[in-house]
Design a protein around this ligand. Structure first.
Ligand code: TNX
Length: 660
């Protein structure tokens, strides 16, 4: 065994035939795992000496009844499962060795950054988190989570110590809009699935959830007065695996409100999108025959300007075949109801009208513009700002200045395909940057001659060879399109289109780890971003994702590492130790290539076993259980050392406390 190896020291005491597990105290040396591995990288971070340790006596202090108190409860809820500590949220000055959350002036933050910025101070005597808004505090507690050992993400009690290195962090985002788009139209997803993704995205300071609730294959939210929209429009999803159609589904308005409230509790606002005037065959199929609907004029057939007359269901991923007619008053009666009801339930200032991919053979540019020019006032009447895909800025449209264009073309510089972004700027619009080749989460990691990852999942139209974390990281939203300056850009968004994607596991595999790269693009100043510096910080997220049960693609572009955490309850009974000693996170590393050696501390050593669920093409390997068995032949106190090794990666280092 090379002497440079770091070891897991596990204390087992065998006293007169009885074994006792020993209480922990912090390790003497901090070591590399104490170097903060934060994503997104903060604007400024200064490391001090020493560390803060959360113990069973730690309080979280916040003024009662204040917005800080709710965030303090969030922090406690994040930390309780793994630590097993009560972590009460209390008022008053708090004591030394507490975590304090405070709303108030933060002179260190630029005034323009007060909305989401925070200042964090941690040291042996306590942790102070200050911000001018609750959202700032929430961003700060995400940083606190990442300053703790990865095993804080464990769902079950894990072994301390729960240390936070001494740091001073002053942090605020580059952009105010950092979005994740979920397409629940192509494949229906439950509110619970979306809430899970809210948990996972908000941990990386994503603050906007754009919900694509309507497309050719499905309409997903109950709209009062138009029961057909869900009775007819929600019945299917895009067919996969040779099926004509996959199962559909819809949300009640209560479901939608629950998701909006859940998002708000995670400081994410929800932008609804009902695509128009194309991408809406489900609406057309629902309302075309709705002749008895008293809200319509008795001949709703006039809404259909699609390729097919009469309209037909098409549950493939085909685009560009459907459109509502701008000449039909029924089109706007239906859209007004949808916009009014969704806008009233949504927390975002934006309402997304779509506007993408209507071929001129289906609607001429004049008719396309006429539709949007009639629709946008309906959005404005609800007090919302118009947002749409960047085609919305095309010839003939008149979006009010300050409307938002989401630029999705996989084109940069002054290539002709970038024209929509410049047209938007010329109309005084703001830009959300979502070029498909750097942000589309439904695209394959590897495609073309280089391979097919993941097989059977994802598209490749904008990334011929695939788009991995490097593509997601290595671009500058503020300098991407000639004529669009950083002042025009309000943010970035990752879009998870769902033609091929059916369930949470598949969604997570495509979303992670790429969304984490995008979170840094949206948060961290361009001058502070560096891919080589980012990769190890991303690698450190592997253990956190694994422990939290989040599926992800263990892309070989990331130097994933072994992370070993001792079990909280290792005991010797009558001199016998038998069972799980530790858990091991090893993204993308098969169990067969991992070796575990155990030094039992009594002069003997042996091998440990590695057990878990292997990876599949769409699922990361599980956390591994590391087990071993041993018989101590005489009473005493023994330090057990567990070392995990795999080719090409550093040995695992776990911080196991020792009281000697
Ligand atoms: C393009 S980009 C679309 C979506 C598809 C997606 C698939 C844009 C605004 N529209 O309708 O789902 O590509 O990657």
């Amino acid at each position: 065994m090379p002497t440079r190896r770091r070891s897991t020291g596990l204390i087992i005491a065998v006293l007169a035939g009885y074994a006792v597990s020993i209480t922990s105290s912090p390790p003497a040396s901090a070591g590399p795992s104490a170097t903060p591995q934060l994503v997104p990288k903060p604007v400024s971070m200064t490391l001090g000496t020493g560390e803060f340790t959360i113990t069973s006596l730690t309080h979280i202090v916040a003024e009662p009844g204040s917005a800080a108190q709710a965030v303090a409860e969030d922090l406690a809820a994040y930390l309780r499962p793994a630590t097993g500590y009560p972590l009460p949220v209390v008022s008053g000055p708090g004591g030394a060795r507490d975590i304090r959350l405070e709303l108030g002036d933060t002179p260190e933050l630029p005034p323009s950054q007060a909305v989401e910025g925070y200042v964090l101070d941690a040291g042996p005597e306590g942790v102070n988190l200050a911000a001018e808004t609750a959202h700032g505090l929430f961003n700060g507690i995400q940083t606190i989570r990442q300053l703790l050992p990865a095993r804080v993400e464990s769902r079950t009690t894990a072994r301390g110590p729960w240390t936070i290195p001494s740091v001073h962090v002053v942090d605020h985002p580059r952009y105010g809009y950092r979005g994740l788009m979920l397409d629940i139209a192509r494949h229906f997803q439950t509110p619970e699935t979306v809430m899970r993704l809210i948990d996972e995205a908000s941990a990386y300071k994503i603050n906007t959830l754009h919900l694509h609730v309507s497309d050719d294959q499905g309409f997903r939210i109950v709209i009062d007065g138009f029961p057909n929209l869900t009775d007819v429009g929600s019945q299917g999803s895009v067919g996969t695996d040779g099926r004509t159609m996959d199962p559909g589904g819809f949300w009640t308005q209560q479901d939608y409100q629950d998701v909006v409230a859940y998002a708000a509790a995670h400081f994410m606002s929800v932008v609804p999108e009902v695509d128009s005037p194309g991408h809406n065959n489900a609406i057309i199929m629902s309302e075309y025959d709705d002749t008895a609907n008293p809200l319509l004029n008795g001949h709703p057939q006039d809404i259909n300007c699609s390729v097919n007359h009469p309209p037909q269901w098409n549950f493939t991923g085909d685009v560009g075949h459907s459109a509502l007619c701008p000449e039909s008053e029924n089109s706007f009666t239906i859209y007004d109801a949808i916009i009014t009801q969704l806008a009233a339930m949504s927390s975002s200032p934006y309402f997304h009208v779509g506007g993408d991919e209507v071929p001129s053979t289906v609607l001429s540019q004049d008719r396309y513009a006429a539709f949007l020019n009639a629709e946008m006032p309906l959005v404005i009447a609800q007090g919302k700002t118009v947002m749409g895909w960047a085609e919305l800025a095309g010839p003939g449209t008149d979006p009010p200045a300050g409307s938002v264009a989401e630029y999705w073309n996989p084109a940069s510089g002054d290539s002709p395909d970038t024209a929509t972004a410049r047209e938007a700027v010329a109309k005084g619009m703001k830009i959300v940057m979502a070029p498909a080749n750097h942000t589309y989460l439904d695209l394959k990691y590897v495609a073309g001659p280089d391979g097919d990852v993941p097989p059977g999942l994802g598209l490749s139209w904008a990334c011929e060879l695939g788009c991995d974390v490097d593509e997601f990281y290595n671009w500058d939203p503020g300098g991407y399109v000639t004529g669009v300056t950083d002042q025009d850009v309000i943010g970035v968004e990752g879009a998870l289109w769902a033609e091929t994607v059916r369930n949470l596991r598949e969604i997570q595999y495509l979303v992670f780890p790429r969304l984490i790269a995008l979170s840094e693009v949206g948060w961290t100043p361009q001058s502070a971003r560096d891919y080589a510096d980012f990769l190890p910080r991303l690698a450190a997220q592997g253990a956190r994702l694994t422990l939290a049960g989040t599926n992800f693609h263990p892309t070989p572009k990331v130097p994933w590492r072994l992370d070993l955490a001792a079990s909280p309850d290792v005991r010797a009974v009558d001199g016998d130790v038998d069972g799980t000693l530790a858990s091991l996170s090893a993204p993308g590393i098969p169990a067969a290539s991992i070796t575990v050696s155990i030094d039992w501390g009594d002069g003997t050593a042996g091998a440990g076993t590695v057990d878990g669920t292997p990876a599949t093409p769409t699922c990361v390997n599980s956390l591994y259980a590391i087990a071993g068995s041993h018989r101590y032949t005489s009473p005493g106190v023994f330090e057990v050392t567990v070392t995990a090794s795999a080719p090409g990666v550093p040995d695992a280092v776990a911080r196991i406390p020792s009281n000697r």
